[in-house]
Design a protein around this ligand. Structure first.
Ligand code: HEM
Length: 456
């Protein structure tokens, strides 16, 4: 029996640090700003000049914020400010009636039956991803990013990532990320809420370019819909769905905002989760052997047309492995909301405007809830006790009305891509390259995730 490795943790800061150090850490990486005691603390409060925030770490408070009174804790204005360049008025950043209307028109495209329809496009992307792999040491986040972006373009617009516009969106997006690494968590940087947010020139330019490319794709699709020649994919479904309350459809401009979030939320997150899952598999060789055996059910289908969607049921261990990776490395580490009225949480008074943070990262590793919370133990998902822990503290897709629209889609995509890789490849860690988790737009590794690939 070979010894498994402990999943790597971020560097944690000491309990008390001076203000300037806090700001520096925030700007570098939001995970290393958090002290290790937050894995046990029920709530943590940060009061800095220009920032009052609380992190809620108990199931009752998480429930209150996400499920019971979500409209009293809308998406933070600060988050919206940070994302508006790229996302405009997309469903990810809106609140209230605008958000509810957008969800009514988007959700039907992601329902169970539609997922089945998108499966052949996912299959084609998984085949293409496997074909791009080569033996030897390689940085795997790059491969999973490419694969996840390909899934989005194929399912949304029926084009592979090699399509000229799709490929340009993908490459411009990577440049955009490099220019503005902590976009989503910028709300937690201590600065006055009223101060105009500063975006580097490169960030503004890449955002504008991405949006103009997406506008080209969306306008072309609108014309195809009008002409009756549009393919039956997610974009067509969303653009032809009428709001059951008003009867209106998305305009091209409104749809550009939604496509931007599907691309961002749908590819960054899956790429991060897949890369960490592959790393965990590589560092647990005995478990990997079981997964490789399970994945062989795909063997007869390789190189052929997509099998039936139901084939995913044949990969329960791969599914549990992905869940365990989402628990340990939730791609969206923290959800930021804003109190809109005075609240009292655990005897602390919060004023309107307080940033309320729900942390999938800390809940997934909460030492009061999970057994051996920092260990990779995918078998836990077959134990009855895990059901309760998961209900209370498994939040990779958030919860309540603002739960991730693409959760079912992401689970299907991940199980398929993992099975497709493990059907043909064995993975091992690269000596001396232990990835250090950091939170940029999603949870990534400081210097990438390196794996050694061997053909089976
Ligand atoms: C492993 C993959 C994924 C993870 C871990 C994930 C996680 C999340 C989380 C945590 C949120 C809530 C964020 C917040 O409230 O602040 C969210 C929202 C969202 N996700 Fe995902 N996501 C994934 C994949 C996808 C995919 C594939 C799509 C679509 C193709 C998607 C579309 C969305 C959208 C549209 C929202 C906004 C929902 C709203 O605010 O009402 N996600 N996702």
């Amino acid at each position: 029996m070979r010894a498994p490795q402990m999943p790597p943790m971020p560097e944690h800061r000491p309990d008390r640090v001076p203000f300037w150090r806090h700001v520096m850490l925030f700007k570098r990486d939001i995970l290393s700003t958090q002290p290790a005691r937050l894995y046990r603390a029920k709530m943590a409060e940060v009061k800095l000049p220009f920032l009052h925030s609380v992190m809620v770490n108990t199931p009752d408070l998480v429930w209150l914020v996400l499920q019971e009174r979500p409209s009293d804790f809308p998406k933070s204005e600060r988050v919206r400010e940070g994302l508006k360049l790229l996302l405009g008025e997309s469903v990810f950043v809106t609140n209230g009636a605008t958000w509810a209307r957008q969800r009514r028109m988007i959700d039907p495209a992601f329902e169970g039956g539609r997922l089945r329809d998108t499966f052949p496009a996912m299959w084609a992307a998984a085949e293409a991803a496997a074909a791009r792999l080569a033996p030897g040491a390689r940085e795997i986040e790059e491969a999973t990013s490419h694969a996840a972006a390909d899934v989005i373009f194929r399912t949304l617009f029926s084009v592979p990532i090699e399509d000229a516009t799709a490929s340009e969106v993908y490459h411009t997006f990577r440049a955009h990320q490099r220019s503005s690494p902590i976009l989503n968590l910028a709300a937690l940087i201590p600065m006055p809420g009223w101060a105009p947010r500063y975006f580097p020139r490169a960030t503004r330019e890449t955002a504008r370019h991405i949006r103009s490319l997406i506008t080209t794709m969306t306008a072309r699709r609108m014309a195809e819909i009008e002409a009756g020649t549009a393919p039956d994919d997610l974009a067509t479904k969303i653009m032809t769905t009428r709001d059951p309350e008003t009867g209106a459809r998305f305009t091209t401009e409104e749809m550009v905002d939604q496509v931007a979030i599907f691309f961002l939320a749908g590819h960054e997150t899956s790429a991060s989760a897949l890369a960490w899952t592959l790393y965990l598999i590589a560092t647990h060789p005995d478990w990997q052997a079981k997964l490789i055996e399970e994945a062989q059910a795909l063997g007869p289908h390789l190189g052929g047309p997509a099998p039936d969607f139901a084939i995913l049921r044949q990969f329960p261990l791969i599914r549990d492995t992905f869940r365990e990776a989402l628990r340990l490395y939730p791609p969206v580490p923290m959800l930021v909301r804003e109190a809109t009225r005075p609240e009292t949480f655990r005897e602390r008074r919060l004023g309107p405007g307080t940033q309320v943070i729900v942390s999938p990262w800390h809940m997934g590793r909460n030492e009061r809830i999970w057994d051996a919370p920092h260990e990779f133990r995918p078998e836990r998902w077959q134990e009855a006790a895990t059901k309760r822990c998961a209900r209370d503290a498994f939040l990779p897709f958030s919860a309540g009305p603002r739960v991730c629209t693409g959760a079912g889609f992401a689970m299907a995509e991940a199980v398929l891509i993992l099975a497709r890789i493990l059907c043909e490849w064995e993975l091992a860690p690269v000596a001396g390259r232990v990835p250090v988790p950091i939170a940029h737009m999603t949870v990534r590794a400081k210097d990438g995730i390196w794996l050694e690939l061997r053909r089976l």
